[in-house]
Ligand binder design. Structure first.
Ligand code: AMP
Length: 278
């Protein structure tokens, strides 16, 4: 069956097939990372719905909402190639009525690390994700580990609000040289791209260490060595579920997460590692 494009709840109801639905929420400008999520979704349900929506609520006033890449026709081709059943592509005016009042608050976890740099970002993410769940009514939704704090917060939302959707995390897809795929990579010049490689290099340097202090130190050194064109926002080693910094005696999984700006482009990356192994 050919791909269905749904613009609103009525279209989604008509497109419903009767079986289990897996949702892949995206902001479009689809790349190989998104495709891996679609394949995982396909393996988990009868029908795959991909949403393509650049959510104004999750962008701050000085962020890149207006220049975020919008490539809908190409996105449709990607979805067709992946055998997606439905692309949900709503208008911002339909998603957010002018008289709307109620939205979600991400709480403390939404205010730290990435949330400290982007106030209100995770409130906007959780609000749109809950709306998408209510509109699409999936039994499964797939999110990338690339946005580790987002994934952790969505798990938290589903647990705290008893949302009947299973959350599946998908590994980060990278270029051969280590750069994590991102829709924002298309802003990067070839020179910027070389600078941006320091992020994944820093994560690998951290992975080679065992103790929290040494892990953070190794990552910071690599980022510092990239020079002034890399404007580092944070390097943290945090608990995967709470995003609070782990102590020196922590043993087990932790997320090493970095954020930095190259020119006007803000990039994030992370890796899950095993700290203080026996
Ligand atoms: P975005 O369109 O950037 O909002 O991302 C949509 C989904 O794709 C989110 O769940 C992201 O975590 C995921 N994603 C983005 N980049 C990658 C990547 N390189 N590998 C795997 N998943 C990704």
């Amino acid at each position: 069956m050919d791909l269905i494009v749904a613009r609103n709840r009525e279209d989604l109801v008509k497109a419903r097939g009767g079986g289990e639905v897996a949702l892949v929420p995206t902001m479009g400008a689809l790349h190989e990372g998104h495709r891996s999520l679609m394949r995982l979704a396909r393996s988990r349900a009868d029908q795959v719905v991909v949403s393509v929506f650049v959510n104004p609520l999750q962008f701050g006033p000085n962020e890149d909402f207006s220049r975020y890449p919008r490539t809908f026709e190409a996105d449709l081709e990607v979805c067709r190639a992946e055998g997606v059943d439905v692309v949900f592509h709503p208008n911002a005016e339909d998603m957010y009525r002018p008289d709307r009042q109620v939205s979600l608050l991400a709480g403390r976890m939404g205010e730290i690390v990435e949330g400290e740099s982007r106030p209100g970002h995770f409130d906007g993410v959780l609000t749109v994700v809950l709306k998408l769940f209510n509109l699409v009514q999936p039994s499964v939704a797939v999110f990338g580990q690339k946005d580790a704090q987002q994934l952790a917060l969505i798990r938290r939302m589903v647990a705290d609000l008893d949302v009947p959707v299973e959350i599946v995390g998908a590994p980060t897809v990278r270029e051969h040289d280590g750069l994590a795929l991102s829709s924002r990579n298309r802003y990067l010049s070839e020179d910027d791209r070389q600078v941006a490689l320091a992020l994944s290099r820093a994560l690998r340097a951290g992975e080679a260490e065992r103790r929290p202090g040494a892990i953070r130190e190794a990552a910071r050194e690599v980022l510092a060595a990239a020079g002034p064109r890399l404007d580092v926002d944070y390097v943290v080693l945090v608990d995967p579920a709470t995003f609070t910094e782990v102590g020196e005696e922590h043993a087990g999984e932790a997320v090493l997460a970095v954020a930095a700006r190259v020119g006007a482009t803000r990039l994030i990356d992370n890796v899950v590692l095993n700290v203080n192994p026996d």
